[in-house]
Design a protein around this ligand. Structure first.
Ligand code: NVA
Length: 309
């Protein structure tokens, strides 16, 4: 049984296959119906959501399936009943499970116990669906991924930082994190990323050095879901890493700017950048649906197949 819980749950070659499948599905969105039946995809959100819920629901319907949105507050997974019990119940109702929650260990337990493919729709540690959307968007605008330099500015010690380190290097990109000391991606993830053939990772606390010559500039909120208590301190700490037109001027002239949204204008990104000509954030948001359709179709096709078979 294959799952998509972290960026490296697929090989670099499989990542490229998923991107190609997503591009094909985007070209003809209503042709592929692998979930016809309809098979139900249960999607649970323990944290706020706009893009994940709508893109998974619309994408499931486009694949011929039945999107079943489960209210995480009502379900109370891990509080009202254990992850293992919920996994066995949902595995009996749905052909696939999509879950946004806090701990990565929880989605791993769901995957181990449910008997159906599980997709991580964001945890504190990783956001692998967003990374596929980012990569598809970059591929569309730059024509290729391998060899490009990506600067990630701001809070790199979050799900997006970890996922960029893994998925970016898997795509043979050079990923530079510009972040304050202590806010780099997870040390173990960086070691893994350093070992990816073709790609590289580098961490600096100098925002100008981070974006110098970059093809792609990426940022994310400074206050990830669950960190709201630290908001005031974070606004001060991360302010030198704001993606402004002045900072973008150090990147390549044709650099593009990405943000997974929600965006807080004049904090991590200026209105001038996110609403300006270098921004590709609306393509990036739309691409969530196309890449997740590819992931759902791909996992569904491989249900019951072990990774090394
Ligand atoms: N790092 C952000 C990503 C939002 C899609 C968060 O976890 O809130």
């Amino acid at each position: 049984m294959r799952h998509f819980l972290r960026d490296d749950d697929v090989s670099p070659q499989e990542q490229a296959e998923l991107l190609a499948l997503a591009a094909a599905m985007k070209a003809t969105p209503y042709d592929a119906k692998p979930l016809a039946g309809p098979h139900t995809v249960a999607m649970i959100f323990d944290k706020p959501t706009l893009r994940s819920q709508t893109s998974f629901a619309a994408g499931t319907a486009e694949l011929g399936g039945n999107p079943l949105v489960v209210d995480g507050g009502l379900a109370g997974i891990g509080r009202r009943e254990s992850v293992a019990d919920v996994a066995r119940v949902l595995g009996g109702q749905a052909s696939m499970i999509v879950w946004r929650t806090f701990a990565q260990a929880a989605v791993e337990e769901m995957a181990a116990m449910s008997g159906v493919p599980v997709i991580n729709a964001l945890t504190d540690e990783f956001h692998p669906c967003q990374l596929l959307a980012d990569l598809l968007t970059i591929q569309e605008h730059k024509g290729e991924l391998a060899g490009l330099t990506v600067a990630f500015l701001g809070d790199a010690a979050c799900n997006m930082g970890n996922s960029w380190a893994l998925a970016g290097t898997m795509a043979a990109m050079h990923v530079v994190f510009g972040c304050p000391e202590g806010y780099a991606p997870d040390a173990g993830v960086l070691v893994q990323a350093e070992a990816m053939p073709g790609g590289s990772v580098h961490v600096t606390d100098d925002p100008v050095a981070a974006v110098a010559g970059a093809d792609v500039v990426v940022t994310d909120t400074w206050v990830s879901m669950g960190k709201e208590d630290e908001a005031a301190d974070r606004r001060v700490l991360f302010s030198p890493y704001a993606v402004t037109s002045e900072l973008m001027a150090h990147a390549k002239p044709d650099a593009i700017a990405l943000h997974c949204l929600p965006a807080y204008r004049e904090n991590e990104i200026s209105a001038e950048v996110i609403d300006g000509p270098q921004s590709v954030v609306w393509d990036e948001a739309e691409n969530r649906r196309h890449v997740q359709k590819a992931v759902m179709a791909w996992l569904y096709e491989r249900r019951g197949v072990e990774p090394d078979e």
